[in-house]
Design a protein. Structure first.
Length: 319
């Protein structure tokens, strides 16, 4: 006699594999987005409806394997780091060499992590083995139709570029990371084509008296009204102020300047390229200062504490 007839349905197995890691993250991670839970619930409904009505058990095994693998990664990351997987996590993994990885694994293979993983894997596999095909009824047909409708809506959102809010956990971060890499690679190729086209019709050379070394420092999150140079009473920029009053003045202040945008990335697309809002030129179709320096035979280096996957700025830096 089966004392757990409900466990034979795919409802509990899929719901546990999807929702348990999120519930743990909800407890441990302070900034879990509500959309993450909503997305997991929607995908639970979709997968339960499909598995209930489609009698292809290889597909059931494939779905459960993927959910358990992704859930294990999300669970361990939430416990070990009190965070959720993101593109930044994948960037850190991509920049990690094998030696660092070997040091990293023992450091976080704690008893708590191992026990939590064993509980999750044990329950998920037990519920997985209990899943049996459900008899076709009117209710399962309605669930199947609802699942198809939700699947179509999610697919449309993903086609519209909203991948991050359409998937969940490590799966969402992985797909977003791959898309960002592809987008940057395409823009790097595009910018190289711009340089090649410009080089065919123009010659860029340095002036004879040009400095041999140029350093461009770009800062952000600074209010010009809080600089001593602009009349602020506190001594917030003593070194720059000393340059301003030195005998060989090498500091020039441009006061009548506005930013092209209020955010950093779109603003720098114009600041670092020949594009201008005044003539509506497109920064994606304009050479950057890095491009021009390279055309003039100058060796260039880009040092940044920003994350690598940052769209146009990354493409400019890679030239």
């Amino acid at each position: 006699m089966n004392f757990f007839p409900f466990t034979q349905r795919p409802v509990l197995g899929i719901a546990f594999a999807l929702l348990f890691p999120w519930l743990i993250a909800l407890i441990l991670v302070p900034d879990v987005h509500e959309s993450e839970g909503n997305t997991r619930i929607v995908w639970s409904i979709i997968l339960i409806g499909l598995v209930s009505c489609v009698r292809l058990f290889p597909m059931v095994h494939l779905i459960m394997s993927a959910l358990i693998l992704a859930g294990s990664i999300d669970l361990l990351y939430a416990i070990a780091f009190h965070g959720v997987f993101s593109t930044s996590t994948f960037e850190a993994i991509a920049a990690t060499n094998p030696s660092e990885a070997l040091e990293f694994i023992p450091a976080y293979a704690t008893g708590t992590n191992v026990v939590a993983l064993m509980v999750y894997l044990g329950m998920s596999i037990w519920l997985w083995q209990k899943i049996t095909p459900m008899k076709p009824t009117r209710s399962t047909l309605i669930w199947f139709i609802i699942s198809l409708i939700l699947l179509i809506l999610v697919s449309l959102r993903m086609a519209d570029g909203k991948v991050r809010d359409s998937l969940f956990g490590v799966i969402s971060a992985g797909v977003t990371y791959q898309q960002a890499n592809q987008g940057i690679a395409q823009e790097v190729q595009h910018r190289q084509a711009l340089v090649n086209s410009y080089q065919q019709n123009h010659e860029v050379t340095l002036l004879a008296n040009a400095p041999k070394t140029l350093i461009v420092v770009i800062g952000e999150s600074m209010n010009r009204n809080h600089l001593t140079l602009n009349g602020y009473p506190r001594d917030t920029s003593p070194n720059l102020a000393a340059q301003l009053h030195a005998q060989q003045r090498q500091l020039f202040i441009f006061r009548n300047i506005i930013s092209s945008h209020v955010q950093t990335q779109p603003s720098l697309r114009y600041a670092l390229t020949l594009a201008s809002l005044y003539d509506n030129t497109d920064p994606f179709q304009s050479l950057s200062i890095i491009d021009l320096a390279n055309l003039a035979g100058v060796q260039t280096w880009w040092l940044s504490n920003q994350q690598p996957l940052r769209g146009s700025l990354t493409a400019i830096a890679k030239q």
